[in-house]
Design a protein around this ligand. Structure first.
Ligand code: CUA
Length: 348
């Protein structure tokens, strides 16, 4: 993809969600790609109850709208001015029955909405992780997602891999949400509710998908210049495939002697201050872990597909895909850019 086409895609991503499908071309993930995040097509338990609740709220609101709009239209038509009738209509002041009616009815409606919402929140929050549950910690950064599986010893970024949860052998994923800087919000509409990611606070949520595939989401709380390109992918695997993915992520970083020059460029550049890379001196935590960089489908938290051309363009000038990104351009010459790209491309 040429830079100008990519820029066009980036603009489209900012404007509307379906363009997300474009950056998905490089994906080798299982199952379909659900390119349009849709809270009305849930495939996970918490998202199911959220849809039920939203239908109740929408139904009540639609009923109120129909009654109010209907009475309004009927009054406009029934009491329209008649030819030759210039009298002022009767003025009604302080009718107790009317005052009581329009106080009590809304209070009852709000009470029903409150109780239904509280019940749904409580049901979702009261769920305890079953024995087979996967646990992951998500840390929001400007503007990417750090993803850790403390019990599995895996660290990745922007693409959360989870297993399908079969009815007989439940394997939901429980998430701990933290922020490294400002408030973000973690939202995958088809899998779970939207939960804020708040500095100095730990929030929790969980998901229990019943379909494989890739589900798209995004940061849902304005968090600075590149909030729009703080995208998220959740890849739901068959349980055995998930275990294979974990094993591959736990493997040491590739060490290909043919890209020693690129490895040297990496180690002598400031990359190592912000990124971690297993088997090198790099142990920064400001940017994503690069140990298995090429196992991810996108770079820049969904800003571009993770291809060789895009990776090189990203290294040359990250602002090209993501203006304002906190990763600086390292001003490497063409030869070093080629070497560095070739090295990163080996990190499968
Ligand atoms: Cu992070 Cu918006």
């Amino acid at each position: 993809m040429t830079p100008s086409r990519l820029a066009a895609v980036a603009v489209a991503v900012d404007l509307l969600l379906p363009a997300w499908a474009a950056a998905q071309a490089a994906s080798d993930a299982p199952g379909p790609v659900h390119a349009v995040p849709n809270m009305f097509a849930p495939v996970s338990v918490p998202a199911d109850s959220i849809r039920e609740l939203s239908f109740l709220v929408l139904g009540i609101a639609a009923g109120i709208f129909l009654v109010v709009a209907g009475v309004l239209l009927w009054c406009i038509w029934r009491y329209r001015q008649q030819p030759g009738d210039d009298r002022e209509p009767p003025q009604v002041y302080g009718s107790n029955p009317i005052e009581w009616a329009w106080t009590i009815v809304p209070v009852l409606i709000v009470l029903v909405l409150f109780l239904a919402t509280a019940r749904t929140i409580n049901e979702i929050e009261a769920s305890e992780p079953p024995p087979g549950a996967v646990k992951a910690t998500i840390v929001g950064h400007q503007w990417w997602w750090e993803i850790r599986y403390p019990e599995l010893g895996v660290v990745t970024a922007n693409e959360l891999h989870v297993p399908l949860s079969p009815a007989g052998a439940r394997r939901p994923t429980f998430l701990t949400l933290e922020s490294a800087d400002v408030i973000h919000s973690f939202w995958i509409p088809q899998l779970a509710g939207k939960t804020d990611v708040v500095p100095n606070r730990t929030n929790r949520m969980w998901m229990e998908p019943r379909e494989t595939g890739t589900f798209l989401g995004q940061c849902a709380e304005y968090c600075g210049t590149q909030h729009a390109k703080m995208l998220l992918r959740v890849i739901v695997h068959e349980p055995a495939d998930f275990d294979r993915w974990v094993a591959a992520q736990r493997a040491p970083a590739a060490s290909d002697p043919s890209v020693a020059a690129g490895r040297a460029v990496f180690q002598e550049t400031a990359c190592i201050n912000c990124h971690s890379l297993d088997g090198t001196v790099a142990d920064g935590s400001f940017g994503p872990d690069l140990t298995h960089l090429m196992s991810r489908t996108t770079i820049g938290a969904g800003a571009a597909a993770n291809t060789k051309e895009n990776l090189r363009a990203w290294l040359e000038n990250p602002d090209h895909f993501k203006p304002g990104v906190l990763m600086p351009a390292m001003k490497l010459d063409d030869a070093k850019l080629d070497q560095l790209t070739a090295f990163l491309m080996t990190l499968r």
